[in-house]
Write a protein that binds this ligand. Structure first.
Ligand SMILES: [Zn+2]
Length: 326
């Protein structure tokens, strides 16, 4: 029998804690909790127009994967605010060749300082291996992204936070969209001491689960300051077509080898495949359902993404690289 699916978005009964009402709508579609994205946008833009860091060299560190969302975020920052931005790309060893080129072309055309940081492949692959075979992340974290993606996001966040702490940069920007991060967090203040304590507790708890080498990637610097985190895509709510249309004049091109759900990472499909097998639902279904709900993705396109069958895709090369097979 086909699984029951919400008649409005695309969440189905395989998603944790899902409930449907008599009309067949899920609790997320019937929630009264309305977030005023226009208000968040106004608050963020007012804040950014008044921000000027006098101590450090940069005002904003932008987590820049070269994918469509972070590329658009970079363009938004450069074109709308008088801020000194540095774009930072973490090379996880799986950046598509075209995405690499996109990083260079986009930053060059926008006139932004850019830095590639490549953690040791040995550490990264160990982290991916443990993320694939062991319970590294909480069930809640897995509702928003695969285990591999969660680990990668943690490395990116750690690297950029450490960079900001070292160089006294007060703002971090990212290209997360609604559903990937809570919608309220288009704009948020992060207490770095609290983040540090939580991370230390996580590392302590995982010291027998995650390879010691890989754990080093997640170590945070200590700081008693706070930092502002901004994810403009959460309130800008643009469709994929619109984003790509805006990026083309910058020389950005969609890579052809990154699968249906990513525009930069060659590991993404494998991460999805493992997540689907273990958890029984697509790791992006929550964010995709959110995009359908707010009208930035059609339901038809959403279904195409989440119903993609990866069972016949050959992942041997990736599994060899990660040391999962010999
Ligand atoms: Zn729904």
């Amino acid at each position: 029998m086909a699984k029951q699916m919400c008649k409005n978005c695309v969440l189905d009964e395989s998603f944790p804690s899902i409930r449907f009402n008599e009309e067949g709508l899920c609790q997320y579609c019937t929630s009264n909790k309305k977030i005023d994205h226009d208000k968040i946008r106004l608050d963020v833009e007012t804040f950014l127009r008044q921000s000027k860091n006098t101590s450090g060299k940069y005002d904003v560190a932008l987590a820049f994967s070269g994918g469509k969302d972070s590329s658009y975020t970079l363009k938004y920052f450069v074109e709308n605010f008088d801020l000194r931005v540095i774009a930072i790309t973490i090379d996880n060893g799986f950046i598509a060749e075209r995405a690499y080129k996109n990083c260079q072309i986009v930053t060059s055309n926008l006139g932004v300082d850019h830095m590639f940081f490549k953690p040791s492949s040995k550490k990264m692959f160990n982290l991916y291996k443990d993320s694939t075979t062991k319970d590294v992340h909480s069930k809640t974290a897995l509702m928003r992204a695969s285990s591999i993606c969660n680990s990668c996001i943690q490395v990116i966040n750690t690297t950029i936070l450490n960079f900001c702490i070292s160089y006294e940069i007060p703002i971090i920007a990212g290209g997360y969209i609604g559903g990937q991060v809570p919608s309220e967090t288009g704009f948020m203040e992060q207490n770095l001491d609290m983040t540090y304590q939580m991370r230390e507790a996580f590392l302590k708890e995982k010291r027998t689960t995650i390879n010691n080498d890989a754990l080093q990637l997640l170590k945070l610097h200590k700081s008693d300051k706070s930092i502002t985190v901004i994810n403009p895509m959460v309130y800008l709510k643009l469709s994929e077509e619109k984003i790509i249309e805006e990026l083309l004049p910058l020389g950005w091109e969609k890579p052809k080898d990154t699968g249906k759900a990513s525009t930069n990472c060659l590991l993404n499909d494998y991460a999805i495949f493992r997540h689907q097998n273990k958890m029984g639902y697509h790791p992006y279904v929550f964010e995709i359902a959110n995009s359908v709900r707010q009208g930035s993705m059609t339901r038809e396109h959403a279904l195409k993404v989440i119903e993609q069958d990866l069972s016949t895709t050959d992942f041997k090369e990736i599994e060899k690289k990660l040391g999962l097979i010999t």
